[in-house]
Ligand binder design. Structure first.
Ligand code: RBF
Ligand code: MG
Length: 311
């Protein structure tokens, strides 16, 4: 996949460009279905499949009350879109100036003139451009004179009928609830966080015989506090693990941490980046009466993870 960062770095219009546009936070199975339609259309007209996304997330620039943490940071999002088989990802630096472009200018100057768009694939509720002027009606009206095809993709529904539709918002709620199984159904993969291993309190190894790697999270969404079975990607290898997210109430420093104990692993990996894939929420964090009790419970968590995870 070709990654183009910034509209000005598009060298020339692509041949028969088929485009889809969105934030794609999570790159969930709904997004993947959109990409699939783009790729099929591109194959049909011997064209180029293109996703356009924005960085940072527009709400980070536009919403005063901030925005929810991300399901996928830029690096993971880019990897997942590449994995979906798209030819090109155009990442547009989002700022107030870009947000002020009218829907009309966006379509004519950017999509048609710069990118060479011949077809656009959108979800049924898609809006874009200043004040969300760009909607399906707008695109339908302009498709004739500007000579592009409008393809409205039906959102795919979760496997069981009557379930809420797939959305980044819904996935955030599930992760915040510790419901990793339902999040997995909508993501099409385990929920993952990535981060650098930072110095912790050096307590797990010494006091509990259970060293943990503490992870520095940036804008990424952390699952509900509690204990999880996980898999960990480090340096090209995959390991079983148990993660604890929260305040370790047995101690009284009230410090929020995301930490993972990697099974059968004894290396010091400060400064390395690891990926933690959440398999199942095992239990709530508890305040134990003493270290032996906490240690004993962690031992059980580790055994549970060892038995239930398949790598
Ligand atoms: N700390 C608690 O106070 N209560 C817990 O229930 C608890 N469960 C944990 C489960 C696992 C699998 C791990 C790795 C850690 C857990 N901790 C818990 C955090 C533990 O206190 C912490 O790793 C050490 O104190 C090192 O910071
Ligand atoms: Mg994540």
């Amino acid at each position: 996949m070709e990654l183009v960062e910034g509209i000005e770095n598009i060298e020339k219009p692509y041949s028969n460009a088929v485009v889809t546009i969105g934030n794609f936070d999570g790159v969930h199975i709904g997004h993947q279905a959109l990409f699939h339609e783009v790729i099929e259309k591109a194959e049909e007209i011997d064209g180029t499949s293109i996703a356009m996304t924005f960085e940072p997330h527009p709400l980070r620039v536009l919403a005063n009350n901030g925005m929810p943490p991300l399901i996928t940071l830029y690096e993971q999002k880019t990897e997942l879109i590449a994995k979906s088989g798209m030819d090109v990802l155009i990442s547009v630096p989002f700022n107030k100036e870009f947000a002020a472009i009218s829907a009309s200018d966006f379509v004519e100057e950017i999509l048609i003139n710069r990118i060479g768009m011949k077809a656009v694939v959108v979800g049924g509720d898609y809006t874009f451009g200043r004040n969300r002027e760009g909607n399906l009606d707008f695109l339908r009206k302009r498709s004739g004179d500007l000579g592009f095809e409008l393809i409205v993709a039906d959102w795919i529904q979760p496997p069981n009928n009557g379930a809420p539709r797939i959305s980044s918002t819904r996935i955030r709620e599930l992760v915040e609830d510790g419901n990793m199984a339902d999040a997995r159904k909508m993501l099409g993969r385990d929920y993952q966080i990535r981060g650098e291993v930072i110095q912790g309190r050096d307590r797990g190894g010494k006091l509990l015989q259970c060293p943990t790697a503490n992870i520095l999270l940036q804008d990424e969404l952390a699952p509900k506090t509690g204990v999880y079975s996980v898999t960990v990607d480090h340096d090209g290898r995959k390991y079983k693990g148990v993660a604890n997210i929260g305040y370790s109430p047995t101690f009284d420093d009230h410090l929020y941490t995301v930490e993972v104990h990697i099974l059968d692993f004894d290396r010091r990996i400060y400064g390395d980046r690891i990926r933690v894939n959440f398999v199942e929420r095992i239990r709530d964090e508890k305040k134990f009466s003493g270290l032996p009790e906490l240690s004993e419970q962690i031992r059980k968590d580790i055994e549970y993870a060892r038995q239930t995870i398949s790598l």
